[in-house]
Design a protein around this ligand. Structure first.
Ligand code: ZN
Length: 500
């Protein structure tokens, strides 16, 4: 590489670092807002964050970046593989940030905020008509955004690619198409089973004890508390990165499994962040591939591992030790069935890992139709209910329980839902790949040893940052293209023995 090029690359990295400091500070403020912020300080925090977000945007759209990128692109073949990865992704993000006029971004942000409040209000009053014009405008703006970036042919593809680089609506259609019918059949078999899940029988689990148990558990999974924390918030989340990972969970005295599985889920995200190369944390070599890959990590730990017999062989005695009286009347089999309960639920976030995927297929079908103009927003509630019956197996009682249940569309997060189900497919595929390479895994889990599994994930997924796109990293890690087969196999192997 020539000196001029080396110079351009160094300056590019420095610009990314400046942007990173602002971005990571913003993220920390976001964490603080949900964990610590006194309610009277919300307005102050909004101004603080808006100011920093402005600086962050300015730093990422500096015209010099275009010049450095052009210089590097002119002699692309001379670059190392790592440098090419950086240049490719920075070009993509830079163009997306630059091609959207400031006025458009401001209007979109402002409208999304108004739409969010309109949605929250409409959901409370079960009044879709009041929210309808806001959603209509959100979709129009999202279509305009795609057109500004040259995706007018396929506006929905742009939004899919935004969350999961390399993914398209057609590819998702193919994957979901292979999942839908066999999954519906499996759900039918489970629901017809004479084995019925008992109503929730957990009562009076002290929150402080739950918190101690959760910390111990996620420490054993490999979460590094020297560079991370877990706190409490209304909605569990994971933010920050490997330098300072901030996770949350929530506690309910009558539902200890919620705290445990939310924490395991977020720990999956946290372990991914902690496994990305720290020295590259300000550039694409140290960043996650996308939403679906992130979700594959959280779901793998939460479902394939956290809901397995081997896992509970290790943790059940510790759980009973912490909650002797609360668990005294509950047998091991009852506990395991409660952990793996399957029942139809109109609400996506309250669904089990089997029926959850049906909720995502429903949303994908509707989003696609809305973006392609095959479905009008005014007809959305009716179509939601009709398809809900067909795909999820039940019709919601009202719009609050149906089309108004999710926050995503109000905040203009389109193309985001499919990532959840793609993440489930990847998690299962990774699970069978690692089980083949490390046949002793279940024995490790029974002993509370998760290091071999984590080592494999570090090697196959975490350390690569954004070197590969969504499909490529799955192929790389498992030797096969992403497909629905592994998820179907896993769900059958886990649930059929329980529900036969
Ligand atoms: Zn997640």
């Amino acid at each position: 590489m020539e000196r001029m090029q080396a110079n351009a690359f160094e300056q590019l990295l420095q610009a990314l670092r400046n942007q990173y400091w602002l971005g990571s500070t913003l993220s920390l403020l976001g964490w603080d807002e949900q964990v610590n912020l006194p309610s009277g300080s919300a307005e102050h925090r909004a101004e603080q964050s808006a100011f920093l977000a402005g600086l962050h945007h300015r730093e990422g759209t500096r015209p010099e970046i275009d010049g450095w990128l052009a210089e590097l692109e002119a002699d692309f073949e001379q670059l190392t593989e790592e440098q090419r990865t950086v240049v490719r992704w920075v070009r993509r993000d830079y163009d997306r940030a630059r091609k959207l006029p400031e006025k458009f971004v401001a209007e979109k942000t402002e409208h999304a905020s108004r739409a969010f409040h309109a949605w929250a209000d409409a959901r409370k009053r079960n009044d879709f008509a009041a929210y309808e014009p806001f959603l209509e405008r959100n979709i129009a703006l999202a279509q305009e955004e795609a057109a500004l970036l040259g995706w007018e042919e396929n506006p929905y593809d742009y939004h899919v690619d935004r969350h999961d680089p390399g993914m398209t609506a057609a590819r998702i259609e193919e994957l979901f198409g292979g999942l839908r019918a066999p999954l519906l059949e499996l759900v039918g078999t489970i629901l017809d089973s004479p084995v019925k899940v008992a109503p929730d029988f957990f009562r009076g689990f002290e929150v402080e004890r739950q918190e101690l148990f959760v910390r111990k558990l996620i420490g054993l999974l490999g979460f590094d508390f020297d560079r991370g924390r877990i706190d409490r918030s209304l909605h569990p989340f994971c933010s920050g990165d490997g330098a300072d990972t901030r996770m949350t969970t929530r506690y309910d005295r009558d539902n200890p499994l919620d705290a445990i599985f939310s924490a395991i889920h977020e720990t999956g995200h946290g372990l991914y962040e902690q496994g990305l190369p720290l020295e590259h944390r300000s550039n694409p070599l140290g960043e996650a591939v996308g939403m679906a890959v992130h979700e594959s990590q959280s779901r793998l730990w939460e479902n394939q591992i956290g809901q397995s017999r081997a896992f509970w062989k290790h943790f059940e005695p510790l759980f009973r030790q912490a909650f002797r009286s609360q668990l005294s009347g509950i047998s091991s089999d009852e506990l395991y069935l409660a952990i793996n309960a399957v029942r139809l639920n109109p609400i996506r976030v309250d669904s089990d890992e089997v029926t959850y995927n049906l909720h995502i297929i429903l949303r994908f079908e509707l989003e696609k139709a809305l973006f392609l103009g095959d479905l009008k927003v005014r007809d959305l509630p009716g179509e939601w209910n009709r398809l809900s019956k067909e795909i999820v197996g039940l019709e919601p009682k009202n719009d609050a329980e149906g089309v108004l249940q999710d926050v995503h569309w109000s905040g203009a997060a389109f193309g985001y839902f499919p990532s959840y189900c793609l993440g489930n497919m990847m998690a299962a595929q990774l699970w069978y790949a690692v089980a083949e390479e490390l046949p002793d895994l279940e024995n490790d889990f029974e002993r509370g040893d998760f290091a071999p599994l984590l080592g494999w994930l570090r090697e196959k997924i975490h350390r690569h940052g954004r070197r590969f796109d969504t499909d490529e990293i799955v192929q790389q890690a498992t030797g096969k293209p992403l497909a629905p087969d592994a998820l179907l196999r896993y769900l059958k192997e886990r649930y059929l023995p329980l529900y036969r």
